[in-house]
Design a protein around this ligand. Structure first.
Ligand code: DQA
Length: 148
């Protein structure tokens, strides 16, 4: 099935950005590994990163027409701010998993609130890049159970 991975603002800087928090793996490296993992599981993974809220929203809207069955999203800083992105996900009504590289609950208090978690099928945080792999596996099991 078709699966969409959305990456929010500043995640294009992974590898260089606060490596003590976010690690040294680049976004391209994460995406290459996940696209391969998705293929092995029989899925097609589309990866999209943007620093612009409206582009992420418009990419979510596209799923109404492009056959996407599941969304994986690291909303990055928009996690804590974006009612608009939350509404876009609610609007397309696709199941999604929220992922954070860092343990947002062990950091500044403002990172403890997410506009997404109550709508998400599940939330993974604090496991670094492995979080994406585990989320993809969970999406796979969900899609298998749903017969796709
Ligand atoms: C993040 C956590 C957010 O609080 C932060 O704004 C990010 C990345 C993470 O993956 O740990 O940009 O979503």
């Amino acid at each position: 099935a078709r699966v969409l991975l959305l990456q929010g603002p500043n995640l294009n800087l992974l590898g260089k950005r606060e490596p003590q928090i976010y690690g040294t793996t680049t976004l391209d490296e994460i995406h290459a590994q996940l696209i391969k993992q998705a293929e092995e599981l029989g899925h097609q993974l589309d990866c999209f990163q943007s620093n612009a809220e409206h582009l992420l929203i418009e990419r979510i809207h596209q799923t109404l027409d492009d056959g996407t069955r599941f969304i994986l999203i690291n909303p990055a800083a928009y996690t804590h701010t974006s009612v608009a992105l939350r509404d876009a996900l609610a609007g397309v009504a696709l199941p999604f998993i929220e992922i954070h590289l860092s343990n947002v609950h062990a950091r500044e208090a403002f990172r403890g609130h997410s506009f997404f978690s109550d709508l998400a099928q599940g939330v993974i945080c604090g496991l670094g890049t492995q979080g994406y792999q585990l989320a993809l596996l969970a999406a796979h099991q969900h899609l298998e159970a749903a017969g796709s």
